[in-house]
Design a protein around this ligand. Structure first.
Ligand code: F6P
Length: 329
């Protein structure tokens, strides 16, 4: 088999480890790997990774040392052209031209929507790996990059905690998560955040201010509020304005962590799980599977239809939400 591998959508620490595992596993079993650069855009532009002999084929040496680095050495992108039927048909004919039999896209829900559309016009095999810091896909306990993103957010919040304490302030810290509060919930639990604002639960300003007053009366002098960028009421700046209007009892400051969370050295968990899923994707292709994402459940690789991965919102277990309130009490 000639397998094309690419990273697509927002980059996520661990994507390189995943590509490395794909290359090493496939070559060991006698297959070839083409590294497609810049996701679907690079496929449309026929932009391939070249080995040191100048061939558009990946060798084991190409991926030596990749596991430890963040970012995406194959580059990543979001591609409007590929959203059109014309773009998908063009991609299919390029895949045929380069005799690519199978694809391993590494990305999130947008990437998998793209894979489903491609499968309509191309008859090769497609098996994906979940690469997004948001941890918002159904059917996998975990997505590549989530662990590192939480680690980065926790490091930042711990630092801000010091200054919040010194100045008796409240900080609203915005973390990523376009439609998901996973990064916020894990960060809140790990840092002792008193208030969480996430899209999964209603953000009620009078209720938050009542809680803040109660905490103040009990002697709290500083507060950490962790806000998911996708909160239904808006990001941290907007929530800050609203809290002020509702007579927030603490002086506030806002910190938006933004793309910091997408970079940096992948944690061992991201490296290990990304490697496992990259390996799982190749072995699934070898079994003839297609139209699925390789996720992990209870530390084993599982195949989940692409449509299932984005069919509904991935809920945050109520236990975790209760834990935030319990620890802040
Ligand atoms: O999907 C990953 C993610 O980092 C989201 O958390 C965030 O909303 C989005 O990507 C940002 O995308 P971009 O880098 O294209 O602005």
């Amino acid at each position: 088999m000639r397998i094309g591998v690419f990273c697509s959508g927002g980059d996520a620490p661990g994507m390189n480890a995943c590509v490395r595992a794909v290359v090493r596993t496939a070559l060991l079993h006698g297959h070839q790997v083409v590294g497609i650069q810049r996701g679907y855009q690079g496929l449309l532009d026929e932009e391939f990774y070249h080995n040191k002999n100048g061939e558009a084929l990946m060798t084991p040496h190409c991926v030596a040392g990749w596991a430890q680095y963040g970012g995406a050495f194959l580059k990543s992108s979001r591609c409007d052209e590929f959203r059109t039927r014309e773009g998908q048909e063009k991609a299919a004919s390029i895949l045929r031209k380069h005799q690519i039999d199978a694809l391993i896209p590494i990305g999130g829900d947008g990437t998998f929507h793209g894979a489903v559309a491609l499968a309509d016009v191309w008859d090769g095999l497609i098996v994906g790996c979940p690469g997004t810091i948001d941890n918002d896909l159904i059917g996998t306990d975990y997505t590549i990059g989530f662990s590192t993103a939480v680690q980065t957010a926790v490091d930042c919040v711990d630092k801000v905690h010091d200054t919040a304490d010194s100045h008796d302030r409240m900080f609203l810290i915005e973390v990523m998560g376009r439609h998901s509060g996973y990064i916020a919930a894990y960060t809140g639990i790990s840092t002792g955040g008193e208030i969480l604002a996430i899209p999964e639960t209603p953000t009620d300003f009078p209720e938050i201010v009542a809680k803040l007053n109660e905490l103040k009366q009990r002697g709290k002098t500083s507060i950490l509020m962790i806000v998911a960028e996708g909160d239904e009421e808006g990001g941290a700046e907007i929530l800050n304005e609203q809290l002020k209007k509702h007579d927030c009892p603490f002086p506030t400051r806002v910190l938006v962590l933004g793309h910091l969370q997408r970079g940096g050295t992948p944690t061992p968990e991201d490296r290990r799980r990304a490697s496992h899923m990259g390996y799982g994707a190749v072995t699934a292709l070898m079994r003839g599977e297609t139209g699925v994402m390789i996720g992990t459940q209870n530390d084993a690789c599982v195949s989940v239809p692409f449509e299932t991965t984005y069919a509904e919102h991935r809920a945050i277990p109520q236990q975790l939400l209760d834990l935030v309130d319990t620890l802040a009490s």
